[in-house]
Write a protein that binds this ligand. Structure first.
Ligand SMILES: [Zn+2]
Length: 327
């Protein structure tokens, strides 16, 4: 914990030190003081009953004395350095707020910082200590705080900073932006690969459908993906088989698959064929759907008659469907 100023030698007259040398030393002492405060905090706890900070159980008075001594020693080492700064009437200092959009300030008490009761984190840029404001602003570029540096020229404020920390943050920011763009591109590629239309937009179809009770109704279907469109098509065909149940009796309406629904299926098949990588025609697509619907119908075991299809009762059998669609 013992820290002795060494640059230049501790015995050297501080009057000969440059502002940078003084502040580098103060910065080191500041870090050590932060550590010493943490050590002190670890020896204590907050007592809710008395609402006071008390020494933890098992901690000896000697340990607390040693921690306090370490803090006092560091403060004593910093005091002559602070006094030298004051003796010269102060000098310029620069502080960076870390982060891609953090500014460089002339003081840690800038009115734009420490807002809403939250202390701002600063990185002390000691290499700029004692430098004239124009040099700091020139290096800070777009990161210069306009409250701390009200005279900063507009053209400088639009330039990227040349300060190493800022350049590194800018590099990380642009690589993060590039990675985010790559992720967006990958998502878009994936979306297009799953889409049912060539431009990736959803496919919306409107058609007149004859319901089970013979009523004609306008239906609207919207498909964002090819899979959704295919599920709808095979499910529609599946229900076509189901509607042909010979056990339902002749009084039940049968021609579920009206020609308008056929046209709707045909529209969807045309789009699916366009986005298929295997040069399918709409007719190929419909044939696949019919086969799938038939397999599904047989698999359920609910419709034993399906295996004997085509059913002569069908107004339009799914097997006939492809032949209705222009190739
Ligand atoms: Zn500022």
């Amino acid at each position: 914990m013992e820290h002795i100023a060494t640059t230049p030698s501790a015995s050297a007259d501080l009057r000969a030190w440059t502002p940078v040398q003084v502040d580098v030393e103060l910065k080191k002492l500041g870090f050590l003081l932060d550590d010493a405060r943490l050590d002190m905090d670890r020896l204590h706890r907050f007592d809710r009953r008395t609402r006071r900070t008390v020494v933890r159980d098992g901690v000896t008075a000697a340990e607390v004395r040693a921690a306090r001594h370490a803090m006092n020693r560091l403060r004593a080492q910093a005091a002559p350095l602070e006094a030298e700064h004051d003796r010269r009437g102060g000098w310029t200092r620069a502080y960076l707020v870390p982060g891609p959009d953090g500014h460089i300030h002339a003081s840690t008490t800038c009115s734009t910082c420490n807002r809403r009761g939250r202390p701002t984190m600063f990185k002390w840029l000691t290499e700029f200590s004692g430098m004239d404001e124009a040099t700091v602003v020139e290096a800070a570029g777009e990161r210069a705080c306009t409250v701390c540096y009200p005279n900063a020229p507009v053209e400088v404020l639009t330039r990227p900073s040349t300060i190493a920390e800022c350049r590194e943050e800018a590099r990380k920011k642009s690589s993060r932006a590039a990675a985010a763009q790559a992720r967006r591109d990958a998502r878009e590629t994936e979306r297009l690969a799953k889409a049912v239309t060539l431009d990736g937009s959803p496919l919306v179809i409107r058609f007149e459908d004859t319901l089970w009770n013979g009523v004609c109704d306008t239906r609207v279907e919207r498909f964002a993906t090819r899979r959704a469109a295919e599920n709808w098509a095979t499910s529609t065909l599946f229900h076509q088989w189901y509607a042909q149940d010979p056990g339902r009796g002749d009084d039940m309406p049968r021609p579920y698959l009206c020609d308008k629904l056929v046209r709707a299926l045909s529209t969807v098949a045309t789009h699916v064929a366009q986005v298929s990588a295997d040069a399918s025609t709409p007719r190929d697509v419909l044939t696949r759907w019919c086969a799938k619907a038939r397999r599904d119908a047989v698999k359920t075991g609910w419709m034993p008659w399906v295996e004997a299809l085509p059913d002569p009762d069908l107004t339009i059998s799914p097997e006939e469907l492809p032949s209705l669609i222009p190739a």
